[in-house]
Design a protein around this ligand. Structure first.
Ligand SMILES: C[S@@+](CC[C@H](N)C(=O)[O-])C[C@H]1O[C@@H](n2cnc3c(N)ncnc32)[C@H](O)[C@@H]1O
Length: 283
């Protein structure tokens, strides 16, 4: 992984590998003609669908906790994005404020950062229809997948945000507006020089704490032992949070959190999973 992977050429989540640049060899068939999307461009020509590389268009050079990926969007994901994005999708670029009360009809709202393909998100939304889930990721196929799951399961308590959750938290959410935060299996960035990209850092938690309502729950999980240690250290050091586990350590996986896709991959490799449950102090 490069130190600063964000270049215009990277900013095309729907572009298949090998698309950019025609082959010089006339015998080589041309790459599949999926249009390259540039930063901020919507997915569909009529201006709908999630924007490509949304956080990049904030013109802000900053360390990002995700790696822009060139992932193919399947036909069923594209169909879900085309039909459901106008109703349930939010491009955080171009928004100034998000009124969560209006968006979720007054339900308490939990922010999930990095839902991946969204299977666990959909299961949690189905199990708790009285909680709204604002699910934020930059991964276009996952956004389509989650929208399709929400429709298939008749879920009306999910909204899908496209963009960097740090910008969402900092610029679009009102103070004390969240009933909880979920971060399940965030990218572990195992190399030392990439540790600065890890999401769970002291500055991130200071920002989060301003957006949480008193009593709101922060729930993190990881299968990467050194990251679990970092999470425990920085969550414990954030003065506005208190550990819900009586030993002030890791919590057992609560019954309401389903296994996630990345968790399954970690377990297959023999990794040990740690959950961390903290609460925003009320005093
Ligand atoms: C390792 S995956 C885990 C996905 C899922 N939670 C699971 O357990 O299967 C991490 C996800 O977080 C997303 N992500 C990382 N940093 C993010 C950020 N700042 N804002 C939004 N999404 C982010 C990535 O795009 C990726 O989909």
């Amino acid at each position: 992984m490069s130190e600063n992977p964000v270049t215009p050429a990277d900013a095309a989540p729907t572009a298949p590998e090998g698309h950019a640049g025609a082959s010089a060899d006339p015998q080589t068939p041309p790459a599949r003609q999926t249009p390259v999307r540039h930063r901020g461009e919507p997915m569909f020509p009529d201006g709908t669908g999630p924007a490509a590389d949304p956080a990049g268009s904030h013109h802000e050079r900053r360390i990002r906790s995700f790696q822009p990926r060139r992932s193919r969007v399947s036909p069923s994901q594209a169909d879900a994005l085309r039909r459901l994005w106008p109703k349930w999708g939010l491009d955080i670029d171009g928004l100034s404020r998000i009124d969560l009360d209006e968006l979720f009809d007054g339900l308490p709202v939990v922010l999930e950062i990095g839902f991946g393909m969204g299977e666990a998100t959909a299961q949690m939304a189905a199990a708790d229809p009285d909680t709204g889930i604002l699910a934020c990721d930059v991964h276009t196929p996952g956004q389509g997948n989650l929208l399709a799951l929400a429709e298939r399961n008749g879920l009306s308590n999910i909204r899908v945000a496209n963009g960097d959750a740090i910008i969402l938290l900092r610029e679009m959410l009102a103070p004390a507006s969240l009933a909880g935060l979920r971060v399940y299996f965030p990218d572990p960035w195992p190399k030392k020089r990439h540790h600065k990209r890890r999401l769970i850092q002291p500055e991130f938690l200071s920002l989060v704490s301003t957006r949480l309502a008193p009593g709101a729950i922060v729930h993190c999980a990881t299968d990467w032992e050194p990251y679990a240690e970092q999470m425990l250290e920085v969550l414990s050091a954030e003065p506005s949070l208190e550990n819900l586990h009586p030993d002030s350590g890791y919590a057992p996986r609560p019954g309401f959190r389903p296994l996630t896709k990345f968790e399954g991959q970690g377990l297959d490799k023999g990794h040990v999973v740690h959950d961390l449950l903290f609460r925003r102090r009320t005093d």
